[in-house]
Write a protein that binds this ligand. Structure first.
Ligand SMILES: [Zn+2]
Length: 123
């Protein structure tokens, strides 16, 4: 087994985490309001753009996942290099069961596939 050596991930201090958490919650509130406005606008125009809604929801879920991750880190219940040890191609640690990287927003399956199967398609 070879472990890819990316740039070392430096764990942020609790103070930084709390600051990031606060910022993320503000962004989340903002996005949530935008999403509501967007949905209402679509309703008024009778033109629903499902893809756009899904995209916005995915962003929100990624934000929430990051907030939960920060909570876990602050609780000390999870260590960054702990169980699973899956890491996104952007070198951010991935949550167990996460669909998207909370840091860069890449879909987790795609990034882990990219990491594990570097070889071309089998034919
Ligand atoms: Zn990432």
């Amino acid at each position: 087994m070879s472990v890819p050596r990316g740039p070392a991930y430096v764990a942020p201090s609790p103070r930084e985490l709390k600051r990031e958490r606060k910022r993320l919650l503000l962004v989340r509130e903002d996005r949530l309001r935008d999403l509501g406005g967007l949905a209402l606008e679509m309703y008024k125009r009778d033109r629903f753009n499902t893809g756009l809604v899904v995209e916005r929801c995915a962003e929100l879920v990624a934000l929430e996942a990051r907030v939960q991750e920060i909570d876990a880190l602050l609780d000390g219940t999870v260590s960054l290099r702990g169980a699973g040890g899956s890491v996104c191609i952007c070198s951010a640690p991935l949550l167990l069961g996460a669909q998207f990287c909370a840091t860069c927003g890449r879909p987790v399956s795609a990034s882990s596939v990219a990491a594990s199967t570097a070889s071309g398609p089998r034919e």
